[in-house]
Design a binder for this molecule. Sequence first.
Ligand SMILES: Nc1ncnc2c1ncn2[C@@H]1O[C@H](COP(=O)(O)OP(=O)(O)OP(=O)(O)O)[C@@H](O)[C@H]1O
Ligand SMILES: [Mg+2]
Length: 378
Amino acid sequence: MSNDVMIYASDLSKNFGSFRALDKVNFEVKRGEIVGFLGPNGAGKSTTMRILTCFISPTGGTARVNGHDVFDAPLQVRESLGYLPQRAPLYLEMSVLEYLRFAADLRHLDDSTFRQRARSVVEVCGLAQVLGKEIRHLSHGYRQRVGLAQALIHDPPILILDEPTSDLDPNEKAEFLDYLKQIGQHRTVMLSTHNLAEVEASCARAIIVSRGRVVADGPLDEIRAKSGRVRYVVSIQESAVGAQYRGRGPLPKRSEVEDALGKVDGVKKVGELPTDERAHSFELVSEQDVDLRPELFKLIVDKGWVLLELHRDAQTLEDVFRSLTIGDERRNRQLGAAAEADDEQDDEEDVDDEDEGDDEDAERSADEDQKVAKDDRS
Ligand SMILES: Nc1ncnc2c1ncn2[C@@H]1O[C@H](COP(=O)(O)OP(=O)(O)OP(=O)(O)O)[C@@H](O)[C@H]1O
Ligand SMILES: [Mg+2]
């Protein structure tokens, strides 16, 4: 493993009773990368993150963070990272400042380092106005900021953020992405999210998981290219109301345009797009490695039609995400899946206390931290 690999997972597996939540997950995250960790509900994102942060242990495989094994060196792993769980572990009765001081104590920061770090996280996370407020009086977005601030207080080289922007309003999301860019400049960040636009905006690379397995891993461009298809939009003038028609011959009919586009070599599919009465608009799909724009242009010129729009889109990340993970959603909607879900429910009873529901999860994280701090001091 090279020194530059900050997060390493090899054949990582996790069973909850007989339910396999992770099935031989493999990936590496290098120093300085901001990686989007994507997957539908139940894909295994939080489970992976909880293993990497030593909150639960894997059933099989290896995980290393900053070179430290999660089994053999959990304290070193925890020291290397800041973790923001899906529900931030906050003590609601503390003020923001008290909580940050508490988080700093857990990390053994001395007073002057704390003051210096607090200044920095307060600025980056935009907490100056709420430092004296009790956390229970903060809005959800501000609580997320406090959660992020505790993850950053010890200036860790690695950040693991589990859906940090869920429930934030659009302004808060945009601000959060700005913070992420700032804090990601000198750190390795693994960020789980359902928001693909967020990944497009802040990550150069994504890992997509589905049903406990990695189904795509690479730079966003490569992942987008995975579907092997491209899409074109072609709009042809349909009526000349209020304007002079500059085409040759009569205005074209919808079926005539559709037939002609469908006959262009390389076109796999033609679908009509909604438009106003001025244009016939179609979506075409072709293979990735051809560019049909010259052919389409020539056809339109030969026919004497007036071209209003022609563009070629690579598949969006969302298209690819859907095609790679569509099975999960289908399964959720099939009656047969109910039995499996029941199994999962039963399995919950088989696992340790640490695997309780989400709310307890948040509290547990804080309790665990306290325990680690105590163990640490003794
Ligand atoms: N403690 C547990 N006991 C039983 N099953 C569990 C437990 N924790 C997670 N699971 C199951 O493991 C699978 C993966 O869950 P996980 O929370 O990792 O998904 P996720 O990708 O984070 O989903 P989401 O996007 O909804 O947060 C799910 O089917 C979940 O029900
Ligand atoms: Mg999750």
